[in-house]
Each structure stands twice: as structure tokens, then as C-alpha cells.
Ligand binder design. Structure first.
Ligand code: NAD
Length: 250
């Protein structure tokens, strides 16, 4: 349950239709924020917004393809016009298009970089002005442990997620003087539609590498986002928080 500490704040969560993004949107609404649920289509964004409203929270769905720069820019204009501000930005939308590097197509590379990395740049660029004006803001970018250690078959995804971390640290430095923090979360293996196709043998192998011996739940990531979005984390910026059952220890 949330504690209402984000009352009066507006949060925007990308990839909010399912998995980690949906859990994050629901948690931030329980914390008291009005949550704009961004997904590729109105039909996919609406169920999360409806679940939040049914739970007593405030939420609006918004459809935009985050991999398209002009579409994100236009979305930011519309959202700021309608809501006046965005205080908390959570970049969670992501895809993978796995292939060995020597076989990887340009489309597989470009799609993952545009969706998982460039989208963070475009949302930040167009929404942070509102945070700067209000002298308060939180940017939370969902990276991955793969961005820390790499993975065979995921050169595109690993490069994008490592880029998310470097991007986050850079904007943390740029925005700190305006009382805006920027942090990344590096989830390990979380049970969602993204990891569902993994064959059982691979799941067993992965489990052996996780000291807590279980996959994470979307809610495990959501509670980390809730903390980083709150005033309880006001002295933390440029940090990468692993939510991975101990899989990767620095
Ligand atoms: P998911 O596939 O269940 O959800 C991804 C979300 O992103 C969906 O809502 C989808 O509609 C949205 N999305 C994808 N492309 C989009 C686009 N072009 N425009 C708008 N929305 C788009 O995945 P998930 O497991 O919930 O992952 C969420 C994030 O967490 C991703 O960035 C993923 O890389 C990251 N992550 C996941 C895991 C895991 O184990 N599940 C681990 C580490 C990092």
C-alpha cells in the first residue's frame, strides 16, 4: 500500500500497459500521484488507468510509440498542456530483439536502441523543463543487469541498457542544481511477458545464479521506483539500484 506522500504530484510511466510498468503505475498512484499511463495504443494503456481509478487513484491513459522522436515531442506538449506539469518520469517501455551480433539485422539493432535508449532522451528533454520550473523532479530509468554485465545474443539490448545508465548519470549531474534527481534501476530476471518465453532449461540455469533463488515480481521493481520517486531518497542521485535477488553484486 502507498502512503499518499506523492499527493499533488503528476507522474508519467511509459510501458504502463503490463509487467513492470503497470506495477509501477499502480504503486505511484497508491502513493498519491496522478499517473499518466503511456503505452503504444489507447487500448493497451486504458486497462491500467482503469485499474488505478478502480483502486481510488487518479490516472489518464496516453497512446504514443516511444520509439518515434516527433511523436514523443508532440505527446509531451499535449500532456503539459492538459496536466500543467510532470514531476516524476519513469522510462520503463522496452523491447528485446535477440540475435547473435554477427547475424543481427540493422532493424533489430535500431528498434531496440530507439525504444530502450533514445526514448529516455526524448521524454527527459521535453518533460524536464516543467521539473526545472518547479525546482523538484524525479527521473527514474529502467535499465537492466544486462546493461552492467552484457549477454551473448543481446548486444543491442545490453548496449541500450548500458547507455541508459550513462545517460542517467549525465543528466543527474546536469539537473542536480534544480533539485531534480535521476536514478536508474537494474532489474535482474523479473516474471513478466518479456521473460515468459525463456525455455525451462534456461530458467533453471538463471535461477542457479540468483542467490535469493527466485525470479523477481514486477512489484519488487515498483517498490524501488516508489522509494526513488519520493522525498525519502532526496540525497540519492546518479545511482544504479539493482533489483535482482543478488544476481549481480558490484
Ligand atoms: P513487457 O514486455 O511486459 O512490457 C514492456 C512495455 O513496454 C509494454 O507495456 C509495451 O507496450 C511497452 N512498449 C514497448 N515498446 C513500446 C513503444 N515503442 N512505445 C510504447 N510502449 C512500448 O516488459 P517488462 O518485463 O515489464 O519490462 C519493462 C522494462 O523493464 C523494460 O525496459 C525491460 O527492458 C526492463 N527489464 C525487464 C526485465 C525482466 O526480467 N522482465 C529485466 C530487466 C529490465
Amino acid at each position: 500500500m502507498g502512503n499518499g506522500e506523492q499527493r499533488g504530484k503528476v507522474a508519467l510511466v511509459t510501458g504502463a500497459s503490463r509487467g513492470i510498468g503497470r506495477a509501477v503505475a499502480i504503486q505511484l498512484a497508491r502513493d498519491g500521484a496522478k499517473v499518466i499511463c503511456v503505452s503504444r495504443s489507447e487500448a493497451s494503456a486504458t486497462p491500467t488507468a482503469e485499474a488505478i481509478r478502480a483502486d481510488g487513484g487518479e490516472s489518464d491513459p496516453f497512446a504514443v510509440d516511444v520509439s518515434r522522436a516527433e511523436a514523443v515531442q508532440a505527446a509531451c506538449r499535449d500532456i503539459l498542456e492538459k496536466h500543467g506539469r510532470v514531476d516524476i518520469l519513469v522510462n520503463c517501455a522496452g523491447i528485446n530483439r535477440d540475435n547473435m551480433c554477427l547475424l543481427m539485422t540493422d532493424d533489430e539493432w535500431n528498434a531496440v536502441l530507439a525504444t530502450d535508449l533514445s526514448s529516455c532522451f526524448h521524454w527527459t528533454k521535453h518533460l524536464c523543463r516543467s521539473m526545472v520550473r518547479n525546482r523538484w523532479g524525479r527521473v527514474i530509468n529502467i535499465s537492466s543487469v544486462i546493461g552492467l554485465v552484457g549477454n551473448g545474443g543481446q548486444a543491442n539490448y545490453a548496449a541500450a541498457k548500458a547507455g541508459v545508465i550513462a545517460f542517467t548519470k549525465s543528466i543527474a549531474r546536469e539537473l542536480a542544481s534544480r533539485n531534480i534527481t535521476a536514478n536508474a534501476i537494474a532489474p535482474g530476471f523479473i516474471d513478466t511477458d518479456m521473460t515468459a518465453p525463456l525455455p525451462e532449461a534456461i530458467r533453471e540455469k538463471v535461477l542457479e545464479q540468483i542467490p535469493l533463488r527466485k525470479f523477481g515480481r514486477p512489484e519488487d521493481v515498483a517498490s524501488a521506483v516508489s522509494f526513488l520517486a519520493s522525498d525519502r531518497s532526496s540525497y540519492i542521485t546518479g545511482h544504479v539500484l539493482n533489483v535482482d535477488g543478488g544476481m549481480v553484486m558490484a
